[in-house]
Design a protein around this ligand. Structure first.
Ligand code: ZN
Length: 271
């Protein structure tokens, strides 16, 4: 499973934005730890840039991610404007709005928007150090405005749902199969226990162009789809997941989108 860096923004001498005594660094830490815990429960390998109230520069945090050889970097922040109570909603920042980072960002935003937050979109911020200096896909989540009464009330009242939404956004868009390709390519050592893995098969075609068209549709919806060549067919699949419940959740989403699907299971290295 993917290794994900969880970066609670600011810390220590750097409080981040402050509104009526409420400090961004505290909200960031609390939310980041909870999202990390949910991801860990779903099989992710989590690396934190901080778990307590300490300061590191954004550059140091980016290097922690690079040194951890992580697959993804997720930074947690809360937003603020010069005039309090003028901004509301969520947004996710990326170095460049393309590829995996863009998929993860829009997936997180979509999940948070379902909770009723205004979706301010995916925004390119090429000058932010944690986005620019990280070598893996990196996103920075602005979980509502800390200088907005309504956003804070929602943050507190729906904290658990917000953490779950961000975790779902990550889990739905992270492609385990591509990030851990080496694991699947390794020959299966005899006597090794089966580490289960689940994928959702969306379609299988004799003709590559049909598979490519289906793949494009899925990728346009930010789904972690890919094509494999098997049994003389081009199979379009989504996943993979180590937790069956996550595969089932994704399959439900695909069926709602009109695809006729089934779940393929096997052992890592064999599937
Ligand atoms: Zn911040």
């Amino acid at each position: 499973m993917a290794r994900i860096v969880i970066d609670p923004g600011h810390g220590g001498s750097d409080s981040g934005a402050v509104y009526e005594g409420r400090r961004e660094k505290d909200d960031n830490l609390r939310l980041a730890l909870r999202v990390g815990e949910i991801l860990e429960n779903n099989g992710a390998d989590i690396v934190y840039t901080r778990t307590t109230d300490v300061y590191n520069t954004p550059f140091e945090k980016a290097m922690m991610g690079n040194n951890a050889d992580a697959d993804y970097f997720i930074s947690f922040h809360r937003n603020a404007l010069p005039t309090p109570n003028t901004g509301t909603g969520i947004e996710t920042l990326v170095f460049s709005n393309q590829g995996e980072a863009a998929n993860i960002a829009s997936s997180i935003n979509a999940e948070l928007a379902e909770l009723g937050f205004t979706d301010r979109g995916v925004i390119e911020r090429p000058n932010l150090v944690v986005l620019r200096r990280t070598r893996m896909p990196a996103v920075l989540v602005e979980a509502g405005f800390i200088d907005n009464e309504a956003d804070n009330a929602k943050f507190d009242a729906e904290f658990e749902q917000i953490a779950q939404a961000i975790a779902d956004g990550i889990l739905n868009s992270v492609n385990v199969a591509s990030t851990s390709a080496m694991v699947y390519d390794l020959p299966f050592p005899p006597g090794r226990p089966c580490m289960p893995l689940f994928r959702i098969q969306v379609a299988a075609y004799i003709n590559y162009n049909n598979a490519a068209a289906t793949l494009d549709n899925l990728l346009a919806q930010n789904l972690p789809a890919f094509i494999i060549r098997e049994d003389e067919l081009y199979k379009v699949q989504v996943g993979a997941y180590e937790i069956l419940d996550n595969a089932i959740r994704m399959e439900r989403r695909l069926r709602e989108a009109g695809y006729n699907t089934f779940i393929v299971s096997g052992c890592q290295g064999r599937l």
